[in-house]
Ligand binder design. Structure first.
Ligand code: FAD
Length: 322
């Protein structure tokens, strides 16, 4: 692999390694033990941990430099949770957080009664093409202060601004993307700092798009999709990307106009009870269930699918809001 770095994790408590393996499981990265060495395969990148004295030698390699830097941050962060420090041989100190693109708001308007459609522009837009991941974190700095962006600190960990400079960083879904722009859609709800940000003359302002991360277009036949309003942008993108005629989507949404393109898609239907719809559906082998909604519904959906005996690879369940 083209890009490499090494580090030394010092003062590693015995709890740190099970902790790291638990993180790897959360990231969906398979871990293998080769004698004393632990190896994590992370989407084409490799992280190896070899015992060295009181700690671990770490070797990272990837074909993508941004991903290598993001991994450096995530691993330093995971060890820090167990009070262990990582010393890297090289750190991009002072650089913007890995994966952070600063973009300019080019347009902002209502796309339906309860959704805003935003277009942002910048040369890094191609990185946010669907094959790299459907989602990103939107970084909104306080509007009345000069933005302080998260940057790589001396230990390889990203330093996020705090206090009055704190950045709001919710997750959103790319709905469309071109050579130098991308679009996303924001569900309008009470008490939303994101909506408040876009309601205050956003045109021409700079915001951060961090990613892409999490969630590729799910694969399976049939593809069974369930989501509330916040998942409409993801459902619409997945159905557009998936050539699968067998896909079906159940959507809970108070105003049918908010369904947008999905209103004309025979694969999509409104649902007043996503859990009841999930419980009623058959889940044949080879299929994939995708469910995204409020955290309490997501918990219930996961418990139901595990109770049915589905393997973890046969479904994706995500809490989109709390
Ligand atoms: C992977 C992923 C992709 C997502 N994609 C999208 C997307 O494309 N479009 C989209 O609109 N959302 C999307 N979401 C959901 C979005 O991140 C959350 O709704 C987030 O809370 C919005 O931030 P906020 O600034 O509006 O509110 P926050 O600051 O997070 O919360 C403020 C208050 O609003 C409440 N709140 C948050 N969401 C809702 C809601 N939906 N209804 C009612 N009250 C709410 C919170 O409980 C809290 O009390 C996605 C989430 C994930 C994890």
């Amino acid at each position: 692999m083209k890009f490499r770095t090494t580090g030394l994790a010092r003062n590693v408590k015995p709890s740190a390694i099970p902790g790291l393996l638990a993180h790897a499981e959360e990231w969906g990265a398979p871990a293998t033990q080769e004698e004393t060495r632990i190896r994590l395969d992370l989407w084409g990148a490799l992280a190896c941990f070899t015992p060295a004295g009181e700690g671990f030698g770490i070797e990272l390699s990837s074909d993508d430099e941004l991903f290598l830097r993001a991994l450096q941050d995530a691993i330093a962060e995971a060890f820090a949770l167990h009070e262990a420090e990582v010393l890297w041989t090289d750190v991009a100190e002072g650089a913007l957080a890995p994966g952070l693109a600063l973009m300019r708001v080019a347009s902002a308007g209502l796309r339906s009664p309860n959704f805003l459609r935003l277009r942002v522009e910048g040369p890094e837009a191609p990185r946010f093409a669907a094959e790299h991941g459907l989602h990103f974190r939107l970084l909104l700095p306080p509007q009345d202060r000069a933005p302080i962006w998260p940057r790589v600190g001396p230990t390889g960990r990203v330093i996020w601004p705090k206090g009055e400079d704190r950045i709001h960083a919710p997750a959103y879904t790319t709905t469309d993307q071109g050579e130098d722009w991308l679009e996303f859609e924001v569900f309008r709800h009470e008490g939303s700092p994101t909506c408040a940000w876009f309601e205050r003359e956003p045109l021409g302002r700079t915001l951060g798009i961090l990613g892409p991360n999490g969630g590729l277009c799910p694969e399976g036949a049939p593809l069974l999709l369930f989501g509330d309003e916040t998942a409409i942008p993801a459902l619409s993108r997945i159905l557009r990307l998936s050539a699968q005629p067998e896909a079906r989507a159940w959507i809970s949404c108070a105003a049918p106009e908010d369904l947008g393109d999905l209103r004309r898609d025979p694969r999509a239907a409104l649902s007043t009870d996503l859990l009841a719809a999930l419980e009623a559906v058959e889940t044949p082998k080879g299929g994939h269930v995708w469910f995204a909604a409020h955290a309490s519904l997501a918990r219930a959906a996961r418990a139901h699918l595990l109770g049915r005996g589905l393997a973890k690879t046969e479904f994706t369940v995500a809490a989109y809001w709390e």
